[in-house]
Design a protein around this ligand. Structure first.
Ligand code: PGA
Length: 252
Protein backbone atom coordinates (compact mmCIF):
# COMPACT_ATOMS: atom_id res chain seq x y z
CA UNK A 1 0.00 0.00 0.00
CA UNK A 2 1.37 3.39 -1.01
CA UNK A 3 1.58 6.11 1.61
CA UNK A 4 -0.75 9.06 1.22
CA UNK A 5 1.02 12.29 2.01
CA UNK A 6 0.21 15.99 2.28
CA UNK A 7 3.21 18.27 2.75
CA UNK A 8 3.13 22.04 3.28
CA UNK A 9 5.99 24.09 1.87
CA UNK A 10 5.96 27.41 3.70
CA UNK A 11 8.76 28.84 1.55
CA UNK A 12 10.11 32.23 2.77
CA UNK A 13 6.94 33.06 4.70
CA UNK A 14 6.14 33.45 8.42
CA UNK A 15 8.38 35.02 11.05
CA UNK A 16 9.02 33.34 14.40
CA UNK A 17 5.69 34.27 16.03
CA UNK A 18 3.69 33.41 12.93
CA UNK A 19 5.48 30.06 12.71
CA UNK A 20 4.65 29.30 16.35
CA UNK A 21 0.97 30.10 15.89
CA UNK A 22 0.62 28.09 12.69
CA UNK A 23 2.40 25.07 14.18
CA UNK A 24 0.22 25.29 17.30
CA UNK A 25 -2.95 25.56 15.20
CA UNK A 26 -1.94 22.52 13.15
CA UNK A 27 -1.28 20.52 16.32
CA UNK A 28 -4.93 20.94 17.22
CA UNK A 29 -6.15 19.67 13.83
CA UNK A 30 -7.69 16.26 13.44
CA UNK A 31 -5.22 13.46 12.81
CA UNK A 32 -6.25 11.40 9.77
CA UNK A 33 -4.50 8.11 10.39
CA UNK A 34 -4.16 7.20 6.71
CA UNK A 35 -2.38 10.42 5.66
CA UNK A 36 1.16 11.45 6.63
CA UNK A 37 1.31 15.19 7.21
CA UNK A 38 4.53 17.15 6.79
CA UNK A 39 5.36 20.84 7.09
CA UNK A 40 8.37 22.73 5.89
CA UNK A 41 9.02 25.97 7.80
CA UNK A 42 12.09 28.15 7.13
CA UNK A 43 15.51 27.07 8.45
CA UNK A 44 15.65 29.29 11.57
CA UNK A 45 12.40 27.80 12.90
CA UNK A 46 12.96 24.11 12.20
CA UNK A 47 14.20 23.18 15.69
CA UNK A 48 11.38 25.01 17.46
CA UNK A 49 8.87 23.32 15.15
CA UNK A 50 10.42 19.90 15.80
CA UNK A 51 10.21 20.50 19.56
CA UNK A 52 6.60 21.73 19.43
CA UNK A 53 5.57 18.72 17.34
CA UNK A 54 7.40 16.16 19.43
CA UNK A 55 4.25 14.27 20.44
CA UNK A 56 2.40 14.83 17.22
CA UNK A 57 2.33 12.83 13.99
CA UNK A 58 3.26 15.90 11.92
CA UNK A 59 6.76 15.66 10.49
CA UNK A 60 9.06 18.65 10.00
CA UNK A 61 10.89 18.76 6.67
CA UNK A 62 13.62 21.10 5.48
CA UNK A 63 13.12 23.12 2.28
CA UNK A 64 16.67 22.55 1.09
CA UNK A 65 20.20 21.48 2.08
CA UNK A 66 23.67 22.02 0.68
CA UNK A 67 25.36 19.43 -1.49
CA UNK A 68 28.54 19.33 0.59
CA UNK A 69 28.93 17.71 3.97
CA UNK A 70 30.66 20.65 5.67
CA UNK A 71 33.17 23.41 5.10
CA UNK A 72 33.56 26.96 3.86
CA UNK A 73 30.14 27.47 2.29
CA UNK A 74 28.89 30.65 3.92
CA UNK A 75 25.17 30.76 4.45
CA UNK A 76 24.54 27.09 3.71
CA UNK A 77 23.09 24.27 5.80
CA UNK A 78 24.33 20.67 5.74
CA UNK A 79 22.37 17.43 6.12
CA UNK A 80 24.30 16.68 9.34
CA UNK A 81 23.06 19.98 10.82
CA UNK A 82 19.49 19.09 9.93
CA UNK A 83 19.80 15.63 11.46
CA UNK A 84 21.27 17.05 14.63
CA UNK A 85 18.06 19.03 15.30
CA UNK A 86 15.74 16.11 14.58
CA UNK A 87 14.90 16.82 10.93
CA UNK A 88 15.08 13.66 8.88
CA UNK A 89 13.69 14.69 5.51
CA UNK A 90 14.36 17.48 3.03
CA UNK A 91 12.91 18.82 -0.18
CA UNK A 92 15.34 18.70 -3.09
CA UNK A 93 14.94 20.24 -6.54
CA UNK A 94 12.03 22.59 -5.93
CA UNK A 95 11.46 24.63 -9.09
CA UNK A 96 12.25 27.87 -7.22
CA UNK A 97 15.68 26.45 -6.30
CA UNK A 98 16.17 25.44 -9.93
CA UNK A 99 15.06 28.80 -11.31
CA UNK A 100 16.47 31.35 -8.82
CA UNK A 101 19.52 29.50 -7.51
CA UNK A 102 20.58 27.77 -10.72
CA UNK A 103 20.28 24.27 -9.34
CA UNK A 104 20.59 21.89 -12.26
CA UNK A 105 20.58 18.12 -12.51
CA UNK A 106 24.24 17.75 -11.58
CA UNK A 107 23.96 19.60 -8.27
CA UNK A 108 20.62 17.98 -7.54
CA UNK A 109 22.13 14.53 -7.96
CA UNK A 110 24.93 15.49 -5.53
CA UNK A 111 22.29 16.66 -3.04
CA UNK A 112 20.26 13.48 -3.40
CA UNK A 113 23.31 11.27 -2.92
CA UNK A 114 24.53 13.21 0.10
CA UNK A 115 21.08 13.35 1.71
CA UNK A 116 20.58 9.61 1.37
CA UNK A 117 24.08 8.69 2.50
CA UNK A 118 23.65 11.00 5.50
CA UNK A 119 20.47 9.19 6.51
CA UNK A 120 17.97 11.83 5.37
CA UNK A 121 14.88 10.96 3.35
CA UNK A 122 13.90 13.24 0.47
CA UNK A 123 10.98 14.72 -1.41
CA UNK A 124 12.36 15.20 -4.91
CA UNK A 125 10.55 17.84 -7.00
CA UNK A 126 10.53 18.10 -10.77
CA UNK A 127 8.24 19.39 -13.50
CA UNK A 128 8.15 21.12 -16.86
CA UNK A 129 7.80 24.79 -17.73
CA UNK A 130 4.93 26.24 -19.70
CA UNK A 131 6.98 26.45 -22.90
CA UNK A 132 7.78 22.71 -22.62
CA UNK A 133 4.12 21.86 -22.32
CA UNK A 134 3.14 24.16 -25.16
CA UNK A 135 5.67 22.52 -27.42
CA UNK A 136 4.53 19.11 -26.27
CA UNK A 137 7.89 18.27 -24.69
CA UNK A 138 6.63 17.82 -21.13
CA UNK A 139 7.11 14.05 -20.98
CA UNK A 140 10.57 14.32 -22.48
CA UNK A 141 11.62 17.08 -20.06
CA UNK A 142 10.34 15.22 -17.01
CA UNK A 143 11.98 11.98 -18.14
CA UNK A 144 15.30 13.71 -18.51
CA UNK A 145 14.98 15.43 -15.09
CA UNK A 146 14.41 12.00 -13.55
CA UNK A 147 16.99 10.09 -15.62
CA UNK A 148 19.74 12.53 -14.62
CA UNK A 149 18.94 12.44 -10.90
CA UNK A 150 16.78 10.05 -8.86
CA UNK A 151 16.81 7.27 -11.44
CA UNK A 152 20.57 7.03 -10.92
CA UNK A 153 20.01 6.01 -7.30
CA UNK A 154 20.25 2.38 -6.25
CA UNK A 155 17.16 0.42 -5.72
CA UNK A 156 17.86 -0.02 -2.01
CA UNK A 157 17.42 3.69 -1.29
CA UNK A 158 13.99 4.04 -2.84
CA UNK A 159 12.23 3.52 0.49
CA UNK A 160 13.56 6.98 1.41
CA UNK A 161 12.30 8.80 -1.66
CA UNK A 162 9.02 10.62 -2.31
CA UNK A 163 8.48 12.20 -5.72
CA UNK A 164 6.63 15.49 -6.31
CA UNK A 165 5.49 16.46 -9.78
CA UNK A 166 5.15 20.24 -9.88
CA UNK A 167 4.53 21.76 -13.30
CA UNK A 168 6.25 25.14 -13.05
CA UNK A 169 3.35 26.91 -14.78
CA UNK A 170 1.01 25.85 -11.97
CA UNK A 171 3.11 26.94 -8.99
CA UNK A 172 1.81 30.00 -7.20
CA UNK A 173 -0.07 31.05 -10.32
CA UNK A 174 -3.56 29.92 -9.37
CA UNK A 175 -3.45 27.78 -12.49
CA UNK A 176 -3.73 24.06 -11.65
CA UNK A 177 -2.99 21.11 -13.88
CA UNK A 178 -6.28 19.39 -14.55
CA UNK A 179 -6.73 16.14 -12.63
CA UNK A 180 -6.35 14.35 -15.99
CA UNK A 181 -3.07 16.13 -16.77
CA UNK A 182 -1.77 15.26 -13.30
CA UNK A 183 -2.85 11.62 -13.61
CA UNK A 184 -1.31 11.28 -17.06
CA UNK A 185 2.07 12.58 -15.86
CA UNK A 186 2.02 10.59 -12.61
CA UNK A 187 1.32 7.40 -14.54
CA UNK A 188 4.17 8.23 -16.90
CA UNK A 189 6.54 8.85 -13.96
CA UNK A 190 5.52 5.61 -12.25
CA UNK A 191 6.22 3.82 -15.48
CA UNK A 192 9.70 5.41 -15.74
CA UNK A 193 10.42 4.07 -12.24
CA UNK A 194 9.08 0.65 -13.21
CA UNK A 195 11.26 0.51 -16.34
CA UNK A 196 14.36 1.41 -14.37
CA UNK A 197 13.70 -0.82 -11.34
CA UNK A 198 10.71 -3.12 -10.80
CA UNK A 199 7.04 -3.29 -10.01
CA UNK A 200 7.45 -3.33 -6.27
CA UNK A 201 9.36 -0.02 -6.31
CA UNK A 202 7.07 1.67 -8.82
CA UNK A 203 3.92 0.56 -7.02
CA UNK A 204 5.19 1.67 -3.62
CA UNK A 205 6.58 5.07 -4.50
CA UNK A 206 4.38 7.97 -3.41
CA UNK A 207 4.03 10.61 -6.12
CA UNK A 208 2.68 13.98 -4.94
CA UNK A 209 1.20 16.68 -7.12
CA UNK A 210 2.06 20.33 -6.45
CA UNK A 211 0.84 23.54 -8.06
CA UNK A 212 -2.03 25.67 -6.74
CA UNK A 213 -3.71 22.87 -4.80
CA UNK A 214 -6.47 24.31 -2.61
CA UNK A 215 -9.47 22.98 -0.70
CA UNK A 216 -11.69 23.50 -3.75
CA UNK A 217 -9.66 21.31 -6.13
CA UNK A 218 -7.89 18.86 -3.79
CA UNK A 219 -10.63 16.21 -3.83
CA UNK A 220 -10.63 15.86 -7.58
CA UNK A 221 -6.84 15.78 -7.91
CA UNK A 222 -6.38 13.26 -5.08
CA UNK A 223 -9.08 11.00 -6.52
CA UNK A 224 -6.75 10.09 -9.41
CA UNK A 225 -5.19 6.69 -9.03
CA UNK A 226 -1.54 7.66 -9.39
CA UNK A 227 -1.76 10.84 -7.31
CA UNK A 228 -0.80 9.93 -3.74
CA UNK A 229 -1.02 13.38 -2.23
CA UNK A 230 0.14 16.95 -2.58
CA UNK A 231 2.93 19.39 -1.98
CA UNK A 232 1.13 22.55 -1.00
CA UNK A 233 2.55 26.08 -1.09
CA UNK A 234 0.17 29.04 -0.64
CA UNK A 235 -2.72 27.07 0.87
CA UNK A 236 -0.45 25.52 3.52
CA UNK A 237 -0.10 28.92 5.20
CA UNK A 238 -3.67 28.65 6.50
CA UNK A 239 -4.25 25.88 9.06
CA UNK A 240 -7.89 25.70 8.00
CA UNK A 241 -7.19 25.28 4.28
CA UNK A 242 -4.29 22.91 4.86
CA UNK A 243 -6.41 20.74 7.10
CA UNK A 244 -9.18 20.62 4.49
CA UNK A 245 -6.60 19.46 1.93
CA UNK A 246 -5.35 16.74 4.32
CA UNK A 247 -8.96 15.68 4.86
CA UNK A 248 -9.50 15.50 1.08
CA UNK A 249 -6.69 12.94 0.85
CA UNK A 250 -8.09 10.73 3.61
CA UNK A 251 -10.47 7.87 2.99
CA UNK A 252 -11.50 7.70 6.65
P1 PGA B 1 1.58 26.57 -4.62
O1 PGA B 1 3.09 26.04 -4.46
O2 PGA B 1 0.70 25.56 -3.94
O3 PGA B 1 1.57 27.91 -3.97
O4 PGA B 1 1.33 26.63 -6.09
C1 PGA B 1 3.41 24.68 -4.57
C2 PGA B 1 4.88 24.46 -4.33
O5 PGA B 1 5.67 25.32 -4.73
O6 PGA B 1 5.29 23.46 -3.72
Amino acid sequence: MRKKIVAGNWKMNNDFDQTLSLVNELKECKNYKDVSVMISPAYPFLKTSVDLLENSSIEVVSQNMHQKKEGAYTGEVSPGMLKSIGVSRTLIGHSERRAYFNEGDEVLLEKIELALSSGLSIIFCFGEELSDRKSNKHFQVVKSQLDNTVLKIDKDSWGKIILAYEPVWAIGTGETASPEQAQEMHEFVRNCVFEKYDNSISENISILYGGSVKPSNADEIFSKKDVDGGLIGGASLSAKDFNLIVEANSSL
